[in-house]
Design a protein around this ligand. Structure first.
Ligand SMILES: Cc1ncc(COP(=O)(O)O)c(C=O)c1O
Length: 287
């Protein structure tokens, strides 16, 4: 039985209930985070909490919870759920109002919800055991505020379904100039002639914590060249390696895009080295 946290109480997930007048339900008016943990220890905690606070600030939700309060909730939830390999889902919405009105209510009481879910043991760079992604590609049709980790995810959901319906598990998204933004639920890296590149951050991409950690780890602990810059469709389609990154995947290789092999069609050596380094340093301090 999964134990969830809802507005100050730890309760079985099945018993967690909110009002249909919650602005999260009516408008997708909220911010969320997904924080991975292994054996009761969370990863990239400070980076996740900083992004969470920034998101709340961007959409003007004031909350009473300090980082220490949130960390205490995480620890309690992990302990109550057995301290295994668990993702923590955290969401804060602008709360409940009895009149549906797009404009913010005067003094809302935010709703806070968190629960845990099982995540797989992460890979240590072994190309035999890692998930190998087959993806499709498409035009990024989401809004201009993709840097906010908002619960308004319909744009991402519809893109993910494009990927799924084409028989792939994810979709690489390209802007109007045909430059790479990200994937429906991941950031993207490409490797060409040994150089690792990922799109530079702007309002069309989420600043992934895994992306940040991977860049920091490669810069601190390897001699691999790493760049954040514009990446065209042609760069992606001719790359030696393409990787996806997210908190519950870490770095995972893409082997097929729209039916075309990436490089040799197998996880590449730079991915293997990068994920092995990630595995060594995932518990480091990145704040
Ligand atoms: C659209 C999008 N981009 C990137 C990411 C990766 O972010 P992170 O590494 O913080 O999990 C996610 C994760 O859910 C996402 O939904």
């Amino acid at each position: 039985m999964t134990i969830a946290y809802l507005n100050g109480e730890y309760i079985p997930l099945e018993e967690a209930k909110i009002s249909p007048m919650d602005r999260g339900f009516l408008f997708g008016d909220g911010i969320y985070e997904v924080i991975p943990s292994y054996g009761g220890k969370t990863i990239g905690t400070a980076l996740h909490l900083i992004r969470f606070e920034k998101g709340l600030c961007e959409i003007g939700i004031d909350t009473p919870w300090s980082r220490t309060d949130l960390k205490a909730i995480f620890d309690e939830l992990l302990a109550r759920n057995g301290n295994g390999n668990l993702g923590i889902y955290l969401q804060v919405t602008r709360g409940v109002t009895m009149k549906r009105n797009h404009a913010f209510p005067k003094s809302p009481t935010p709703t806070i919800f968190a629960y845990t879910f099982d995540i797989p043991e992460p890979d240590n760079g072994n190309s035999e055991t890692v998930t190998q992604w087959q993806v499709s590609s498409g035009r990024d049709l989401r809004w201009q505020r993709c840097h906010i980790k908002s619960t308004s995810l319909l744009g991402n959901v519809l893109h993910m379904m494009e990927g799924v319906e084409s028989g792939a598990g994810e979709i690489l998204l390209f802007d109007a100039e045909d430059n790479l933004t990200e994937a429906a639920a991941c950031n993207v890296f490409v490797v060409t002639k040994g150089v690792v590149r990922t799109p530079a951050l702007d309002n069309h991409k989420l600043a992934g914590v895994t992306r940040d950690m991977a860049l920091a780890i490669l810069r601190r602990h390897s001699s691999i060249e790493v760049r954040e810059e514009t990446i065209s469709r042609r760069d992606v389609m001719s790359a030696d390696e393409v990787w996806l990154s997210s908190s519950t995947k870490e770095l995972e290789p893409v082997v097929l895009i729209d039916g075309q092999s990436v490089g040799t069609g197998k996880p590449g050596p730079v991915w293997s080295a990068a994920q092995a380094l990630f595995a060594q340093h995932r518990f480091d301090d990145f704040a």
